[in-house]
Design a protein. Sequence first.
Length: 452
Amino acid sequence: MVQERVPAVEVDTAILGTPLTFRSGRQAKNRFLKASLTEKISTWDSEDLSKRGIPTQELINLYDKWGKGGFGVILTGNVLVEPRNLESAGNAIICRENDSPQLREAFAKVAKFGKQDGSLILAQLSHAGRQTPASVNEHPYSCSDVPLVSRYFRTGDPIPLALDQIKTEVIDRFVYAAKVAYETGFDGVQLHAAHGYLLSQFLSPTTNKRTDRYGGSMPNRMRIIVEIFQAIRKEIPAKTGFLIGIKTNSVEFQVNGLTVEEAKEACAIMEECGFDFVELSGGTYEKLAFQHQRHTTRAREAYFLEFAEKIRPVFKRTVVYVTGGFRTASGMVRAINSGATDGIGLGRPTTAEPDLPLKILEGRCHAAADTKIDEDDFTVTLYASSAQIGQMSKLPSHLTKDVCEGIADFSIPEEADNFKKTVANFLPEMRKFIESNIPIYGAFPYKNIYLV
């Protein structure tokens, strides 16, 4: 049980339980979307690409728990389409280099457990591009040679993709991963074009300095995304019911980043292209929106909702989800009733309570846990979510009294304080790993003070 929740008023949540129908004909049972969260608990091998990115039993256990959480749609953590250009060691990967019966069996189990109570499960497909840690790849691909300056990790010098490589090293790889996802039982895929990863690098004027047909105007910068969508649809037609969604920034909080008007232009192309849904988020590693540029009092409920409201009219047939900051049922209901969004994306609250949507829909709670960890502290909140993922993943649901068993409750002040001390003690060790160019992966290890 969560000790303390975000203060909230009781509200009629019926709208949150109504289904959403996508243009390909599939239907989500309700308005909740479990947003993608990095897991870093798949296999890793520093030399053998065939042994990278295979889902472990721990990863399967995660989706066993989220699969019982009452979500309409569940998105996996980023599944990388190329084994050398990763967000982190320990990412799940689907590519020719690691494809095997073992890989397919593991992904099939993730899909099976994610769908056990009627949720749709989609693999989020991604390519990290220049955001690949140097410990994984000193020379990752990107659209241009603009390096990433990050205070969180060290990255290498990006190599601009040649024209022919855009097809062979990006488009073809997204298609391959989508086909494997389809063949292993997933209901669709989401293209990750947000938060500074490769597709976002093509979209953003801060990183796309190309002078060919993939650079310059917004239609040119969107071209790679359109071509990926079309190539997947050629292999997996819409009549199959296989969903294709996209995650994109509503705006970039940085100098010369994607403006609201440019985001609207990009989204209009997505609508015309035929995406089933778009998930609006915001920020990059250079200037994370979650750190927070809050412009209105409503921003606690959705950091990016005000931008989504400006972009929303662009979409006629494409379902819209907004992710970022939702903590109360009243805020979720208000966002949908206002027309700003069709669905509610939840990220970090779902590692504290993998069954939060179910509790809200059944009236057992009206808000997420009131964490005593400062949500403006990106590093600590990232590790907190990772620690909870590690605790969730230890056992399958049938060996626990409920899906929240063993998960640290950071609404307890003493637990939160102890965790912050644990992170502070770990940071010097982490810096040594970074300085030594050693990959960091796996869930953050943490032992609870209070048993839950």
